[in-house]
Write a protein that binds this ligand. Structure first.
Ligand code: ZN
Length: 101
């Protein structure tokens, strides 16, 4: 979502600049209002994407821990989700067994 908005914003600004140069160089007409609208819309989308990414980062911090393997939220005091807890315990046991040999 954030990446899509950012990409659209950059594309709109780039399209506005390209349209400005095409209309002035090729068509010999100035489309100042259109160009300004496109660049403003692109800048608006960029600003929205920045605000959204800040909010999602803040929400991640408030939301507590997440599983480092799949990113699912985990219960308080746990490191891994239930799926990956078993996997982590098995890996730890295997590594301990290899050390013993
Ligand atoms: Zn997981």
């Amino acid at each position: 979502m954030v990446v899509l908005l950012r990409t659209l914003g950059v594309l709109l600004i780039a399209a506005g600049l390209i349209w400005m140069s095409i209309s002035e160089v090729v068509l010999k007409q100035s489309h100042g209002a259109q160009v300004r609208g496109m660049i403003l819309a692109g800048a608006g989308l960029l600003a929205i994407s920045i605000v959204l990414s800040m909010f999602s980062r803040a929400a991640e911090r408030l939301g507590g821990r997440r599983c480092p393997r799949c990113g699912k939220p985990v219960a308080h005091g746990h490191i891994y989700c239930s799926d990956h807890l078993k996997e982590a315990v098995n890996q730890f046991r295997d590594s301990q067994r290899q050390k013993g040999n």
